[in-house]
Write a protein that binds this ligand. Sequence first.
Ligand code: AMP
Ligand code: ZN
Length: 473
Amino acid sequence: MELNLFNTQSRQCEAIVLEPQKPFKTYCCGPTVYGPAHIGNFRTYVVQDVLVRLLKLLKVNVCYVRNITDVDDKTIRGARQNNQSLQEFTTYWTQRFHNDCERLNLLPPTVEPKATETIDDQLALIQLLMDNGYAYARNGSVYFRISACKDYGKLSHLNERELQTQDLNSAEQANDADEYERDQIADFALWKAYKPEDGTVAWNSPWGRGRPGWHTECSAMTHRYLGGTLDVHSGGVDLVFPHHENEIAQFESAYKVPFVKHWLHIAHLRVNGQKMSKKLGNLYTLDSLQEQHYEPSTVRYALIAGHYRKPLNFTFENLNAAQSALHKIYAYTQTLCKQLSVDFANLPALLQQATLPDHLQWLQPFFDALLHDDLNTPKALGCLFSFMGQHPQLSLDEAKTVFPEWLAVLYALGIQPVEQRISIPADIQELAEKRWQCKCSGDYQAADNLRKALMDKGWRVLDNAQGYRIEPL
Ligand code: AMP
Ligand code: ZN
């Protein structure tokens, strides 16, 4: 069995051979826990989740590590601003993150290490780099010497010119920041000497008290929990440089084995053409969207409705479309269950045991799009809707053969169908009532405008002899 996936390093789609017995090692850079995760962050985790779900369906022995970054420049600043200890501050945001993951039906990683729990591993990594001439200490900090790493830049394809302008061989220029741009390439900090702003956040090291750099954390955690070469390492596209470039440099210089076979990077979720980010303040969270009656399941669907390598624009039209698509999938599931006398309440248990049937009769194109076309979720969803359109009604025998394939589809997408007992939000009910009043009083223009407003919010009004009915689009 093979999976075709684009590899950032080679810039082409490559086949990953899946061997069920062999552990499949995958690492995804987890959240920095200094505030609510926004749905842009979750685009990355949802795509990684679909990948893990596919592998599990294929009975691959997946070991999935996603870390928690609970010490870095941003968490320390956040804790100080809130007058909390680093631990109190990051524990709170970690719990909030876990709560969101559950609402999005993300599978928990096999291991979820925290950076602060692996300081010894990080110190051992730095020591190894020092011993082998890849790092140097200065004023209590330790820096990675980029000039000692001959293929530095191979992931982000930094060209010769960019590297030469830094004059790295002669100057040992050091950069203390965790995050920086391409034009600020310099020896980066593996260990940062204690500063008064760090408050009580410090550990002892052979180079003095201080704390690790962000890049050091991930390399030490991948090595600790996954050992040698990883099969797939993922993250948002903003992590290609410098974070992943630095992870490669550290890991390969220290352990002398290739770090990663396959790099998977997820394009950004945007708002009006700009990256959704805490820095720009243009973010939406699961909570803020739920206040507007959008369920996390709708957000999840909207996040996979676009291909992961293309930037996705966040719009309420997309959310409404996701809501309506999900309702159709739920309704189809409900019909199948009824036909086969499957108790709807048993679906979660059935989904947990879902596997990919050896011979697909109905939904092969759906899985082909995911497995052989670079995790092409929009194409797969297209195949799913074509299937539903072509088979609105199934015979009992047909339903029996479709059902296991259907369960595999739901599992791959992380869709947890809910019974279609529609609950109408109060604001929708109010708009519908207003529209009915306008219609009854002969103000058809206002009634039409209100019907359109309801459509924009994802609801259709159906008039009948008794009055009206509303249903999701
Ligand atoms: P952070 O918590 O900032 O370390 O980010 C966690 C993950 O979310 C990283 O893999 C980022 O690359 C990713 N990420 C951040 N913003 C976005 C966005 N707007 N769209 C998609 N992924 C993002
Ligand atoms: Zn990382």
